[in-house]
Design a binder for this molecule. Structure first.
Ligand code: DON
Length: 571
C-alpha cells in the first residue's frame, strides 16, 4: 500500500512537472540592454533570438552562422517581423576586411503591373497593397539564408543552426505582454485574412505568459533543415504557399515566381567620413545612398559646433533629410529596372547645390522639392540585428515582413506569415504608402521587380577595425535613425548607450513636418522652430536600434529600450 501511495506521489509529481514545462515552454532569458565582451555579441529584438545566436557562437560558429540561427529564431519568437515569409539585406565584413552586401529583398510576382492597385478611375484601392494576398511579395529570406550559408558558414551544418528555432516552435515559449496584447488587438485581421485556423488566434484571448507553440511552423522548419533551400521554393512549403493563393481564389504568386526567386550579391555603398569608413546597403535599398548623402551634406557644412538637440541641430538635420527624401522619391528604385544615378547623387558638387538654399532663419518648403508630374506618395514591422564574433567578423542585418505581422496571411499548413512588402512600391505616383512615403516611376510596380526599401544595415570601420555595427526597423524613419545614432556617437560623443536610447526626430519631405519622440520639444525649442515656420508633431517611438560599438579591445552591445530587444554575449 505504502509503495502504491509512493508511486502515486511520484506520478503526480512527474505530471505536475510536465504540466509546468508545457505551460511555460522554453524559459525566456532576461532582457539585457547593455553588455560588454571580448568574445561574440548578438543584439536582436528578442532575448530568445539573441540567445540562439550566441549558442551557435559557443559551438564554434561564426557571425554568419549566428545570423542564420537568429533569422530562423526570429520567425518563431518574433512573428510580428521575423520572416521566412519576407526578405531583407545583409552587410557583412569579414575579419580580413572584405565587405559584402546581400540583397534578399522580395520581388513582385510576374502578374503584377503598375495598374494593379488602381480601380477603373485610376484611384488607389485602399489597403490592397497593405493587407491580404495581393500585398505579398515573393519571399527572399530563405534563399538569402542559403546564399550566406553556402558562402560563409563555418559550422556547415544547417540542422545545428536551425535547432534553436525548431525547439522554440515545437516546445513553445511564453508570450510577452506586448505580444499578447498585439495578438488580441489584431485578432480580426488574422480571421479576415485566413481561411484556416492559425496559431495566432485564441478566442479566449491571449495573456502574458501564455505558452505559444507553433507545431506547423516546427514541421516546416524541419523540412527546410532536411531538404534545404529548394524545400521552400519548390517543395512542400512552396505547395503550401500556392495552396494559400488558391484557397483565396487569387492569381498572384505562382510556382514559377517561387522557383525563379534568387537573391543577389551586390557591391556595398562605401564612403568616408573623417577617418571612418561607412559601409551600407545599395539599391534596391535607399538606405546606403541617403546615409552617404546625409553625412556628405553635414561634412560640407563644416559645423562642428552644433549643440545636441539644439534648434540648429534639429533644423539642419531636417533640411538635409527633406532634400534626401526628395531624391529618394525621384530617383531610387530597383537598379535592375531603373538606372539609379548613385554616383551623381553622391557627387560633392551636387550635394553642395542641394544644401545651398538652407536658411537657418526659415524652414524650406517641401513643395519646392517635388516634381508634381513625376511624384506619387510610401508606409512599419521590421527587425534589425547586429553580430560580432570573437574573430572580428561583423554582420549587420535588417529584415522585414513590412507591416506588423505582414499581410496577416499565414501560409496554409506551413504556419509562417507572409509579408506585405508590395506596399513599398509606389502604387501610384504622388500617393503616399503606409509610411507616408511617395515615389515616382523609379519605384513603380513591374513584374519581377524589387520594391524600394529604407533598410540601412551598416558597419563602420576605423583604422581597419570594426568600430560600429548598427541598424533599426522603422520604415521611412530607418535612414534618419541610423544617421542620428552614428552622429550621436561620432560628432556628439555620446556613450553607446546614450547614442541609442536618446530621443529621436525625423523628417521625410512629406508630410512636411518634423516628427519628435515625446520629450525633446521644450517650450523654447517649440517656439523657436514654430517661429521659423516648421510644422511640429509628437509621435510614438522612432525605431529600435541594435548597436555594437568598439570599446578598446572589446565590444559593447546595446539594445534599444523602446522594445523587448536584448543583448546576449558568448560564454
Ligand atoms: O523596406 C522597408 O523600408 C520597409 N518595408 C521597412 C518596414 C519597417 O521598417 C517596419 N518597421 N517598423
Amino acid at each position: 500500500m505504502r509503495n502504491l501511495i509512493h508511486r502515486f506521489i511520484i506520478i503526480a509529481l512527474l505530471l505536475t512537472w510536465a504540466c509546468k514545462t508545457s505551460q511555460t515552454g522554453i524559459t525566456v532569458s532576461p532582457i539585457v540592454k547593455e553588455a560588454k565582451s571580448n568574445k561574440g555579441i548578438v543584439v536582436t529584438a528578442s532575448s530568445l533570438a539573441s540567445r540562439a545566436g550566441t549558442s551557435i557562437l559557443e559551438q564554434g560558429g561564426n557571425a554568419i552562422d549566428a545570423a542564420i540561427a537568429v533569422m530562423f529564431a526570429l520567425t518563431v519568437v518574433y512573428p510580428e517581423a521575423g520572416n521566412i515569409g519576407g526578405g531583407g539585406f545583409l552587410i557583412y565584413r569579414e575579419r580580413n576586411g572584405q565587405t559584402h552586401a546581400l540583397d534578399f529583398r522580395e520581388k513582385a510576382p510576374a502578374v503584377a503591373d503598375s495598374k494593379y492597385y488602381l480601380n477603373q478611375k485610376a484611384d488607389v484601392v485602399d489597403s490592397l497593397s497593405q493587407e491580404g494576398i495581393y500585398s505579398i511579395g515573393v519571399p527572399g529570406t530563405v534563399d538569402g539564408i542559403f546564399q550566406m550559408f553556402d558562402k560563409f558558414s563555418k559550422l556547415k551544418n544547417i540542422q545545428t543552426l536551425m535547432h534553436p528555432a525548431i525547439q522554440y516552435a515545437e516546445i513553445g515559449y511564453p508570450l510577452s505582454k506586448m505580444q499578447a496584447d498585439q495578438l488580441n488587438h489584431l485578432q480580426s485581421r488574422f480571421l479576415i485574412n485566413n481561411k484556416k485556423e492559425t496559431a495566432f488566434v485564441k478566442f479566449s484571448r491571449w495573456k502574458q505568459g501564455d505558452l505559444f507553440q507553433q507545431k506547423q511552423l516546427a514541421e516546416t522548419l524541419k523540412r527546410i533543415a532536411k531538404n534545404g533551400r529548394d524545400e521552400f521554393y519548390q517543395g512542400k512549403t512552396a505547395e503550401c504557399m500556392i495552396n494559400t493563393m488558391n484557397a483565396h481564389q487569387k492569381t498572384w504568386i505562382s510556382k514559377a515566381d517561387l522557383s525563379n526567386y534568387h537573391s543577389v550579391w551586390r557591391t556595398p555603398i562605401q564612403f568616408q567620413y573623417n577617418d571612418y569608413t561607412i559601409i551600407s546597403m545599395p539599391p534596391p535599398s535607399s538606405g546606403g545612398v541617403h546615409l552617404a548623402q546625409l553625412f556628405g551634406m553635414y561634412e560640407l557644412l563644416g559645423r562642428s559646433d552644433l549643440k545636441f538637440h539644439s534648434s540648429e541641430h534639429i533644423q539642419l538635420f531636417t533640411e538635409f533629410e527633406r532634400r534626401v527624401y526628395a531624391d529618394r522619391a525621384m530617383f531610387l528604385g530597383d537598379p535592375e529596372f531603373y538606372p539609379v544615378p548613385v554616383k551623381q547623387l553622391l557627387n560633392k558638387n551636387y550635394l553642395k547645390k542641394r544644401i545651398a538654399g538652407i536658411d537657418l532663419q526659415q524652414a524650406s518648403d517641401s513643395r519646392d522639392f517635388i516634381d508634381k508630374d513625376e511624384l506619387s506618395g510610401e508606409s512599419e514591422e521590421t527587425t534589425h540585428f547586429s553580430i560580432i564574433d570573437k574573430d572580428g567578423n561583423a554582420a549587420s542585418i535588417t529584415t522585414a515582413l513590412n507591416g506588423s505581422y505582414g499581410s496577416f496571411v499565414v501560409a496554409e499548413g506551413a504556419g509562417f506569415l507572409l509579408n506585405n512588402e508590395m506596399d513599398d512600391f509606389s502604387v501610384k505616383p504622388g500617393v503616399p504608402n503606409a509610411y507616408g512615403l511617395i515615389g515616382s516611376k523609379a519605384n513603380a510596380i513591374a513584374a519581377n521587380k524589387r520594391m524600394l526599401s529604407s533598410m540601412t544595415p551598416t558597419i563602420v570601420v576605423r583604422g581597419n577595425r570594426v568600430e560600429y555595427i548598427v541598424g533599426t526597423p522603422g520604415g521611412s524613419t530607418i535612414i534618419t535613425s541610423v544617421f542620428q545614432v552614428l552622429m550621436n556617437l561620432i560628432e556628439f560623443h555620446l556613450s553607446p548607450s546614450d547614442a541609442v536610447q536618446s530621443l529621436r526626430f525625423h523628417h521625410q519631405l512629406l508630410p512636411d513636418c518634423i516628427y519628435f519622440e515625446k520629450g525633446i520639444l521644450d517650450k523654447k525649442l517649440f517656439t523657436d522652430l514654430k517661429n521659423k515656420k516648421y510644422n511640429l508633431l509628437v509621435r510614438e517611438q522612432i525605431g529600435r536600434v541594435e548597436l555594437i560599438a568598439r570599446e578598446g579591445d572589446s565590444f559593447i552591445g546595446v539594445a534599444d529600450q523602446r522594445g523587448d530587444d536584448s543583448v546576449a554575449i558568448e560564454n
